[in-house]
Design a protein around this ligand. Structure first.
Ligand code: GDP
Ligand code: IMO
Ligand code: MG
Length: 422
């Protein structure tokens, strides 16, 4: 058996949560491999909406185990709140959630450091979600971090104090004391609360599961263009969001990766700062935001909206080895007479079909091909054979450009509004 991977090809918020929830009945285990509470994955079913931050999106399906892998960073307070919300819907999370001992903990001081770092950057700020992601991964790679497995250790509080003391040294005169005092107690309460969720050596658990024929899906967070190595650096997150992240974030060998399902919107969004070549800072962008409800699931911020960007998508398909694609939110474009597709860029008067290295400093002018809109509501579409021709043409065109089949088409936020192409 192999591990299938489902991840974002753009700047996050492509609809990963929705599709993981839809395909979960085909899997025994859903595992998150990176990121943390910066993610906001929305599930809508039976008329109710649920946003997940750290817990894999398979949590509402019976008979599926959910694993928070070693590559994830955990804020105990957010995770506790998330579990309480899910349990209010009748799910006993302690029975279908497992956490890797090796997952690192986000401390209250990591969140303070995130704020401190963004404030110091001023106009150059990343637009971080301020969930402590960057500082926590820095402590992980700097070999100072605390892992959730350490909570089982008698010297846990000592370890905690040593790291907090280090953080205090960095914070210096920055006003943090009140904030820290307010958050520390709830943090330790949450650590106690989480003791009901089993901690495991997830790399063994997952590899053993593969050996006995279980099906595993790895769920990505953020998107390829936010990857620490391949995204629009430094306007990125602090983890590898791409397929390779599955190997390090779960302990899965590269030859055990199976299908890679890349998710993208029929247009494009980005939240936070950084380059976005096809951004529409105008009425069209506003229209997409309003129809698509493009407001952050974690922070509530306006998402920047723009046309689909093929050079960035081709790059993402290459880096991830995408074998299938899932196109989301086509219904948002239902009322557009024409739709634009960025086929390449113009940089310094030259035509280029990839994102240049110094993307932050160059003027990148998107060059568009215009296609006819379908001007029909797709929301109730159940079968692609009944789809308007212009919509089918849009799908075929994207498939031919990206050279990967689109196997899932989503036409609304609800679980039911999904068409799986056979
Ligand atoms: P994720 O982070 O990739 O899981 O995506 P988010 O949940 O942050 O953002 C996707 C948003 O689009 C959510 O509000 C979803 O409910 C919504 N959504 C997902 N698929 C569709 C779709 O096909 N059409 C529409 N209109 N909304 C969708
Ligand atoms: P999901 O999983 C969209 C963005 C932030 C910021 C940058 C760095 O829901 O797709 P961080 O908090 O990681 O330091 O922020 O990355 N960002 C996301 N944008 N979707 C996400 O997750 C994101 N997680 C982080 O807005 O620009
Ligand atoms: Mg999201």
């Amino acid at each position: 058996m192999k591990v299938d991977v489902l991840l974002g090809l753009q700047w996050g918020d492509e609809g990963k949560g929705k599709i993981v929830d839809v395909v979960t009945p085909d899997y025994d285990i859903i595992a998150r491999f990176q990121g943390g509470p910066n993610a906001g994955h929305t599930l809508i079913f039976e008329g109710q909406k649920q946003v997940l931050h750290t817990i894999p999106s398979g949590i509402f399906r019976k008979n599926t185990m959910n694993v928070i892998g070693n590559g994830v960073v955990i804020d105990p307070v957010t995770l506790k709140a998330e579990i309480e919300k899910i349990e209010a819907r009748g799910v006993d999370v302690s029975k279908n959630l497992l956490i890797s001992r090796k997952a690192h903990l986000i401390l209250p001081t990591h969140k303070i450091l995130d704020k401190f770092s963004e404030e110091a950057k001023g106009k150059k700020k990343i637009g971080s979600t301020l969930k402590g992601i960057g500082p926590t991964y820095m402590d992980k790679t700097g070999r100072n971090g605390i892992r959730i497995g350490d909570t089982e250790h008698p010297k846990f509080k000592k370890k905690y104090k040593a790291l907090v003391d280090k953080h205090k040294g960095i914070l210096g005169d920055y006003k943090y004391k009140k904030l820290l005092k307010e958050s520390e107690e709830t943090w330790f309460e949450a650590i106690e609360y989480l003791k009901r969720i089993p901690l495991i050596d997830s790399e063994h658990y997952l590899n053993n599961a593969l050996q006995v024929g279980k099906k595993i899906l790895a769920e990505g967070a953020q998107g390829t263009m936010l990857d620490i190595d391949f995204g629009t650096y430094p306007f990125v997150t602090s983890s590898n969001t791409v397929t390779a992240g599955t190997c390090t974030g779960l302990g899965i060998a590269p030859n055990k990766v199976g299908e890679v399902i890349g998710i993208f919107k029929a247009y494009c969004t980005r939240v936070g700062s950084g380059p976005f070549p096809t951004e529409l800072d105008n009425k069209i962008g506003q229209k997409i935001r309003e129809i698509g409800h493009e407001y952050g699931a974690t922070t509530g911020r306006d998402r920047r909206c723009g046309w689909i960007d093929l050079p960035a998508l081709k790059y993402a398909c290459m880096i991830n080895g995408a074998t299938q694609l899932s196109m989301m939110k086509a219904d948002v474009l239902d009322t557009f007479e024409t739709i634009k597709v960025c086929t390449h860029y113009e940089v310094n008067g030259q035509k280029v079909d990839y994102l240049p290295y110094d993307i932050n400093d160059l003027e990148i002018i998107p060059v568009y091909k215009e296609v006819k809109g379908w001007n029909t509501s797709l929301s109730d579409l159940k079968d692609l054979s009944k789809a308007p021709q212009e919509f089918l043409d849009y799908i075929t065109y994207l498939e031919s450009e990206l050279n990967v089949p689109i196997t899932i088409v989503s036409v609304g936020p609800d679980r039911e509004q999904t068409i799986i192409k056979k």
